[in-house]
Design a binder for this molecule. Sequence first.
Ligand SMILES: Cc1ncc(COP(=O)(O)O)c(C=O)c1O
Length: 397
Amino acid sequence: MSNLTNSHLMNTYNRQPVTFVKGEGVWLWDEQGNKYLDALAGVAVNGLGHAHPKLVKAISDQAAKLIHVSNIYHIAEQEALADKLAEISGMDKVFFCNSGCEANEASIKLARLYAHNKGIENPEIIVMERSFHGRTMATLSATGNRKAQAGFEPLVSGFIRVPYDDLEAIKQIASRKNNVVAILVEPVQGEGGVQIPTDLQAYFEGLRSVCDENGWLLMLDEVQSGIGRTGTWFAFQHTGVTPDVMSLAKGLGSGVPIGACVAKGAAADIFTYGKHGSTFGGNPLATAAGLATLNAIQDESLRENALRMGDLISEKLKAELAGTQGVVVIRHAGLMVGIELDRPCADIVKMALETQLLINVTADKVIRLLPPLMINEAESLELVERLVKLIKQFLAQ
Ligand SMILES: Cc1ncc(COP(=O)(O)O)c(C=O)c1O
């Protein structure tokens, strides 16, 4: 039913006129049998590509054994995934939920509890301009985009906003407020237009110091940048700085809904019995998918691939678009790629779809690519070739 609006669905998405029926690797097929190059991967979800055999087997085997039991019992797959996340992050403990906004909700609750335990009655969390943390009331309040907030007032209080990549603004807050408890920040802003701090290392070292000096928690939203996307398991691993709290989702389950709030040190013991929970969070099916995903990323060197293919795509785009009027800048961190134009470019998404290429536009003027981590060189070059043609065509209109 690709061209029909289903009137029984709430109108929360501006859906493209296509229905996909199967996928394999970086490719998707629609109902008519047309083949599309998927450079969006379900918005950073399908890191393994579509229908990865190891993932399909893990999910099928688990579904045949046990899909769900309550968290009031021990769940072996959940404990194994928590062990694996602790091993690859250097952090200590995990709370499992079902999505990115829930992972951030857990981080926000954790920070508030940490504050109340210290006797701070009215805690505030520093958040960034242009950030995106989700659509629940607390996470849309933390989000730095009025569009996500408008119409949902009153917002949740307790957030102070500063410009992204601006340590000085944070230091000023530290000098005049004594009720701040945490900083919540995306290492790379995805929805905000693939924004990367000018010097990620220095920014993160600065954030770590200001948190240590003031007893604040450094909380990273790695929902989009985590799970191999930027070429390391987590984007913070480019810097040598470890956070106290990190939220994950998207790529973790390769499409089986799962989120995680991961914590280290004192932060790992803040939630105690009865303070948080989730019916589905970390159930056997979702955690089996998570384990299969992490194992495949490791066994197939997909972090290394993401780094190489990200560089290749970005270099080729820069070479092919050099001197093209209308292209402002090309940014990338592994396989998070943003091409900023000098004008709004939402229409290019539809043009791309017509040429059987899936991309997305975020923050009005930025074309965003988030291809599967397993994209190969030939596919990357094909992506660049198709995209360059499109961008030139779009800009010439
Ligand atoms: C950085 C970041 N945080 C949180 C979210 C929200 O995740 P979810 O849609 O799974 O709630 C997103 C989604 O795009 C995101 O990019």
